[in-house]
Design a protein around this ligand. Structure first.
Ligand SMILES: *[C@@H]1O[C@H](CO)[C@@H](O)[C@H](O)[C@H]1NC(C)=O
Length: 241
């Protein structure tokens, strides 16, 4: 009997180690969002790499233990007269599925490295490549620190004009990083600035950091932006507040 209990315990551990993680995407924006997913180069592609989410809609996507990659939202997508699908922000090619293509910058990114065998997941929100829409990460269940993260603020509303990406109606569709806008070594942490001791926050990265303290705002951001949790599923919300 005792042997059976131990055996089932070991089996349960094995199952939990191999367990997949469910991401639930929810769109609370007043506009339609097209979600995108991209695996890291050494990880498998998820079953869904892009899908439409109307206001109020949700969709789940499963990822295997050990998966790593990113998710983002595409906005202001339309199909033109010739049938070509394209988005003003976060675009990944002329179709709804991204199929291994990343989102065009600027785009708010959430990034995951999932644990295996009961090890912790790492997750963060990155504005290093700019911002296009508010997004949050909410762990569901799990053990450990498991804090919510993300960039719930609308950075577009406070984007300086020199970083702005304008929507067809003249509103601000996205906000570029200073690196993307100016390409200097200081803003991109490249060349002589390719050193965490040299590349420091700038007046531009501070706009992003002040609006969204949980998110990375430039390449060598402080360690305060990576979060961990073990054994959770994750709710990913567009426009959480
Ligand atoms: C940031 O600093 C640069 C260089 O000092 C300056 O040209 C720019 O106007 C500043 N931008 C903001 C938004 O403060």
């Amino acid at each position: 009997m005792e042997k059976l209990v131990i055996l089932s315990f070991v089996f349960a551990l094995f199952i939990s180690g191999a367990k997949s993680v469910t991401f639930t995407f929810t769109n609370k924006c007043t506009y339609t969002v097209w979600a995108g997913t991209l695996n890291n180069a050494d990880k498998p592609q998820l079953a869904q790499t892009g899908f439409q989410l109307d206001t109020g809609a949700s969709q789940t996507v499963d990822a295997p233990a050990g998966w790593g990659g990113r998710m983002w939202g595409r906005t202001l997508c339309t199909t033109d007269a010739s049938g070509k699908f394209s988005c003003v922000t976060g675009d990944c090619g002329a179709q709804v599925s991204c199929n291994g293509a990343g989102g065009a910058t600027p785009a708010t990114l959430v990034e995951f490295t999932l644990g295996t065998g009961g090890n912790q997941d790492f997750y963060d929100t990155s504005l290093v490549d700019g911002f296009n829409l508010p997004m949050s990460i909410t762990p569901q269940g799990g053990t450990g620190d498991c804090r919510g993260s993300g960039c719930p603020a609308n950075v577009n509303a406070i984007c300086p004009s020199e970083l702005r990406v304008t929507a067809p109606d003249g509103s601000t569709a996205a906000c570029k990083s200073a690196c993307a806008a100016f390409g200097t070594q200081e803003y991109c942490c490249t060349g002589v600035s390719n050193d965490p001791n040299i590349c420091k926050p700038t007046n531009y990265s501070m706009i992003f950091k002040n609006a969204c303290p949980d998110a990375y705002s430039y390449a060598y951001n402080d360690g305060s932006s990576t979060f961990t949790c073990t054994g959770a599923n994750y709710l990913l919300t567009f426009c959480p507040s």
